[in-house]
Design a protein around this ligand. Structure first.
Ligand code: FAD
Length: 424
């Protein structure tokens, strides 16, 4: 094999683990590996959930990107301007061009709060916040400390969002936090969503709705947020409904990275990259692959998904470079801990074809699924260590593979199992 040039766009979860996996696989005389990201701050994003409640500090969840990359990977701290698919080059903010033999798109999503009328107007970072980035989560920590009761409204503007369970976890933790502070009985806590239930998958949605009711958390469904009046403290939907708030916590609109729009042929109308859901090769060009939140594959936008995809992606890039047929091995496997407060969490595990069901993960003696437990909470906390020390460096996690395990799952009668367990 001639020396190949692999360029990876994005040095977040997917880009870093892919670069490290490929560096382990190819010697430096076989492949040059380049990673491009606009900054040198790698954020452990699941930790953002804990910052507003004082359960984590921002400096505990941010590390230098460069230091997460193995020796022999070239890091470019630059804005990506565009990709020239015909010329096979990436153009960077400083005017540099990077030619590639294989391109990996791992630039995640872009938060677009400015797309919702009034959201970033009066009240932004005063009584309107998001915890979906470091600055927002830190500012919200102060606002929650000052909050002394009233109406706390959590809204997700539209799907898709990354980590679709995070807004639900937020209201569960808020319930716990407000009780600890003794102000829960003078706070109305409400979750509003454009979906017809609190979550996309029916069985999990039923379990989570039961927990919301038990914790006296209101749920407003099919609420398509259209505008925000921060001065009056009102969130309005497109169909004229109004929700009042003293404190609004928003999950803003998500879209793909801006440079995708500036790169003809690379993305769809939302800026996501059309990607084969099983091989992770894009529909754009055979030598362009994608993983993580940047793709349009029909599973959750989550770090766990990115990790499972990364396993299949590294194999398929190696196959592509050797001229072998790609493996259709990714089954949409997603796995999420859902914090429910009071040192407990739920766990869900699913793929393209099987929604989250009860049982245990990854085997019959593993962590309980769809059931609150302290063990799951400890699992969520331990995950941060695994993220920095196993996932990002591209190491295998014993017993945790790309394909969703069936052992331990109790599939209720009538639930379509589809091609569960399929590996091709
Ligand atoms: C509050 C919150 C809680 C979460 N909790 C969980 C959880 O519990 N479990 C879970 O599995 N997942 C969770 N996630 C989701 C998870 O963090 C993401 O799905 C995951 O990080 C996706 O990885 P990625 O590589 O696709 O994108 P990212 O990790 O976001 O990386 C994308 C990178 O691309 C870079 N980039 C983008 N555009 C450009 C450009 N033009 N130029 C240069 N660089 C660019 C960005 O700087 C960024 O570093 C959570 C997310 C949030 C926000």
């Amino acid at each position: 094999m001639n020396k190949q040039k692999i360029v990876i766009l994005g040095g977040g979860t997917g880009g870093t683990m892919t670069a490290n996996r490929l560096r382990r696989r190819f010697d430096e005389d076989e492949a040059e590996i380049h990673v491009v990201d606009r900054d040198n701050r790698h954020v452990y994003q699941p930790g953002l959930l804990f910052v507003p409640f004082g359960l984590a500090q921002t400096e505990q969840i941010v590390r230098p990107r460069r230091r997460q990359l193995r020796h022999g990977i070239v890091f470019h701290e630059q804005e990506i301007e565009s990709v020239g698919l015909d010329e096979e080059v990436v153009r960077l903010g400083d005017g540099t061009t990077l030619p590639y033999d294989v391109l990996v798109v791992a630039t995640g999503v872009r938060l677009q709060p400015e797309e919702t009328e009034g959201l970033t107007g009066p009240g932004w970072l005063e009584n309107v916040f998001t915890f979906y980035n470091v600055e927002g989560a830190a500012a919200l920590q102060g606002a929650l400390e000052r909050f002394d009761g009233g109406r706390l409204l959590v809204n997700l503007v539209d799907m898709p969002i990354k980590c679709p369970v995070a807004p639900i976890e937020f209201v569960f933790l808020a319930d716990w936090y407000l009780r600890e502070r003794g102000i829960r009985d003078r706070t109305e806590l409400v979750l509003s969503t454009p979906l017809d239930g609190c979550f996309t998958k029916p069985i999990a949605s039923k379990h989570l709705t039961y927990l919301l009711e038990e914790k006296r958390i209101g749920l407003e469904v099919e609420f398509a947020a259209g505008s925000v009046d921060g001065n009056a403290g009102i969130l309005r939907s497109y169909d004229g409904r109004e929700l009042a708030f003293d404190l609004l916590v928003t999950v803003p609109l998500h879209g793909g990275a801006e440079y995708v729009e500036r790169s003809p042929g690379l993305g769809d109308a939302l800026g996501f990259v059309p990607t084969d859901p099983h091989t992770l090769q894009t529909a754009v060009k055979p030598n362009v692959f994608a993983l993580g939140d940047a793709t349009d594959v029909p599973t959750s936008k989550a770090g766990s998904v990115t990790h499972f995809e990364g396993d299949v992606l590294a194999d398929n890039i190696a196959r592509f470079l050797h001229g072998d047929e790609l493996e259709s091995r990714f089954d949409g496997h997603a796995n999420c801990f859902i914090e429910t407060g009071f040192h407990k969490a739920l766990l869900i595990d699913f793929n393209y074809d099987l929604e989250p069901v009860p049982g245990h993960y990854p085997t019959a003696v593993g962590l309980p699924l769809l059931k609150e437990s302290r063990l799951n909470h400890l699992g969520k906390l331990a995950f941060q260590w695994a993220y920095w020390h196993a996932l990002l460096p591209g190491r295998e996690l014993p017993g945790i593979g790309a394909t969703m395990p069936l052992a331990g799952k109790r599939i209720p009668a009538g639930v379509a199992a589809g091609r569960i367990g399929a590996t091709t």
